[in-house]
Design a protein around this ligand. Structure first.
Ligand SMILES: [Fe+2]
Length: 297
């Protein structure tokens, strides 16, 4: 093939004098400064931990997946400021699974930053509170929602679990609490995590499984600075607008659902997490997926 022409031979002198991207063309005030990262955090969801290391879910070991994800995060050149875990921490929600989860979470606790834990439809509140939080709770129906202020960012964890149901909802008491939280100042804004996405998925049968009262959530957050709603549950990365904010669903840690299969729910190879950062007050989210054919060493 003949490469003769204006782009050959390489490098042509004008490539040096005339870079492809000159930021001053678009922003005359640009001085070459990098955008400061305010905060970096990791969003994990759908761990589905089983009691024993060799127990299988979809022919795979969920604990091994979590340890692999933690290893990847540890090898990154970032230091997360916190972790958000948005539910389905355990697969059946019994004591043995939460004991195993607690052991695995020690590897995340080694980062010495806050772990923001939330529950999903596979979790059970009483065993979780008893084993992981060390609480003497008595009411399974008592929802587990809370908020934390981390370096000026308010991170709010909601509880959308409905006992014995795969879909979710947010009760009136929790929404009233959320409204009060959002009325308090938050210099870097608010971030909300909830297991069930408040938006439709693109795999049609999963739409039966989503949050049943997204409008109530939308009304409660209207007019407030909410960077995003972080969710899990559908087991694949899914980004879309949600009223004045965005809905970000993380890849699952345990196993992935195929977004390319739109009329039935099919598992596919892969697992992952979402790496997030606030830069200059703006949220960036990068879903990261790993596959069994990747080099995992
Ligand atoms: Fe799940």
């Amino acid at each position: 093939m003949d490469f003769a022409g204006p782009f050959w031979p390489w490098p042509a002198p004008y490539h040096v004098a005339q870079p492809l991207y000159d930021p001053t063309l678009y922003n005359p005030n640009w001085k070459g400064a990098t955008i400061m990262t305010d905060l970096t955090f990791v969003h994990l969801s759908d761990l589905h931990i089983l009691p024993e290391p060799d127990d299988l879910l979809k022919d795979q070991r969920p604990g091994e997946k979590l340890r692999n994800v933690i290893r990847i995060i540890r090898n990154m050149t970032i230091n997360p400021d916190f972790f958000v875990l948005s539910g389905d921490l355990a697969n059946d929600g019994d004591d043995a699974e939460y004991k195993r989860l607690n052991t695995l979470l020690d590897e995340l606790r080694d980062f010495d930053v806050p772990l923001i834990l939330g529950l999903g439809n596979h979790d059970r509140r009483l065993p979780f509170r008893r084993v992981v939080l060390g609480e003497e709770a008595t009411e399974e129906s008592q929802r587990y929602y809370h908020s934390a202020m981390i370096a000026g960012l308010r991170v709010i964890m909601l509880d959308s679990k409905v006992p014995d149901a795969v879909y979710g909802d947010l009760d009136a008491a929790q929404l009233a609490w959320l409204a009060e939280e959002l009325r308090q100042p938050a210099p870097l804004g608010n971030l909300i995590a909830v297991h069930h996405p408040p938006v439709f998925s693109t795999v049609e049968p999963l739409n039966e499984h989503c949050l049943r009262n997204p409008d109530a959530l939308a009304q409660t957050i209207a007019g407030h600075h909410v960077h995003a709603i972080l969710s899990g549950h559908i087991h694949y990365p899914h980004l879309t607008s949600f009223h004045e904010t965005i809905s970000i669903t993380s890849p699952a840690v345990a196993y992935m659902i195929d977004p390319g299969s739109q009329h039935e729910i099919n598992a596919k190879d892969g697992w992952g997490f979402t790496l997030c950062s606030l830069r200059g007050g703006q949220l960036y989210a990068n879903p990261i997926t790993v596959h069994s054919y990747d080099n995992l060493s």
